[in-house]
Design a protein around this ligand. Structure first.
Ligand SMILES: Nc1nc2c(ncn2[C@H]2C[C@H](O)[C@@H](COP(=O)(O)OP(=O)(O)OP(=O)(O)O)O2)c(=O)[nH]1
Ligand SMILES: Nc1ncnc2c1ncn2[C@@H]1O[C@H](COP(=O)(O)OP(=O)(O)O)[C@@H](O)[C@H]1O
Length: 223
């Protein structure tokens, strides 16, 4: 199998399961999972310059300006140059995709196609552990103890932008902005779309696809 470092992106609307799928890929293949939303929330908590600027956008469910998120992501990617990585939530506009093009050639783009109603239901049941970005869902993957993170025992919170009004705005904005990005990757032949209402059903196909590019951490081959 090729020893080239994998450069992959997962695209999909809010609540489509990008975070969940990326978490599984990262664990199965030992890839670095880089989530734009997670970096922004970390900056907000740290009250950094970026965080102060980004806060108002996140609270309203709006996209952060391209130059802000691009500089955050470029800084993170620079630190991970020698590792396989997987981007979650970036690029989300054509301008961001063009910025990414300037630093790498993508090998793989995974596009999650999930019906609107499913997305609305999922987001309202989502809880996160803010420090780690771990994601729970009260129906799909509840924590062992209600409202508590399994690993640290710290309280879980519901994101401001998972409230119903912000969710509707986010879904609409996503559609508009993502269309040209999806078209771009389709035209390059790197786009792989997966449709369905359940991450567990989509996951085996995603696993097979990623296996064709990188070796699983726990495969018999690797042991
Ligand atoms: N019921 C159900 N819930 C799921 C399924 N897959 C993921 N979820 C849950 C986990 C979360 O609470 C919520 C959204 O999943 P993620 O946080 O992984 O989605 P994504 O990263 O795309 O959302 P984001 O962009 O951060 O808003 O849905 C599924 O197949 N069924
Ligand atoms: N690539 C990006 N471009 C602009 N804004 C972003 C980007 N990634 C994240 N954000 C901001 O952070 C918020 C949370 O992002 P994320 O955790 O990926 O969740 P979601 O997919 O539900 O919007 C977004 O609603 C947006 O305000």
């Amino acid at each position: 199998m090729a020893s080239k470092l994998l450069r992959a992106v997962v695209l999909g609307p809010p609540g489509s399961g990008k975070g969940t799928v990326c978490q599984r890929i990262a664990e199965s293949f030992g890839l670095q999972h880089l989530s734009s939303g997670h970096f922004l929330r970390e900056n907000i908590r740290a009250k950094s310059e970026v965080g102060v600027l980004a806060k108002q956008y996140l609270e309203q469910g709006l996209l952060v300006p391209d130059h802000v998120i691009t500089s955050v992501m470029m800084m993170e990617l620079e630190k991970k140059q020698s590792q396989h990585w997987l981007l979650d939530g970036f690029p989300r506009t054509l301008v961001q995709a063009e910025a990414l093009d300037r630093i790498c050639d993508l090998d793989l783009v995974i596009n999650l196609n999930i019906p609107f109603e499913t997305l609305k239901d999922r987001l309202s049941a989502r809880w996160i552990h803010p420090a780690s970005g771990r994601v729970y869902n009260m129906e799909f993957n509840p924590p062992d103890v209600h409202g508590i993170d399994d690993i640290t025992g710290e309280p879980l919170i519901q994101r401001e932008d998972d409230k119903p009004d912000a969710v509707a705005v986010r879904l609409r904005k996503y559609k508009e902005a993502a269309k040209p990005v999806i078209e771009l990757y389709k035209s390059r032949g790197v786009l792989h779309s997966f449709s369905g209402t359940e991450t567990n059903k989509i996951w085996p196909y995603v696993y097979t696809l990623v296996s064709s590019k990188v070796r699983p951490v726990h495969s018999k081959e690797a042991n």
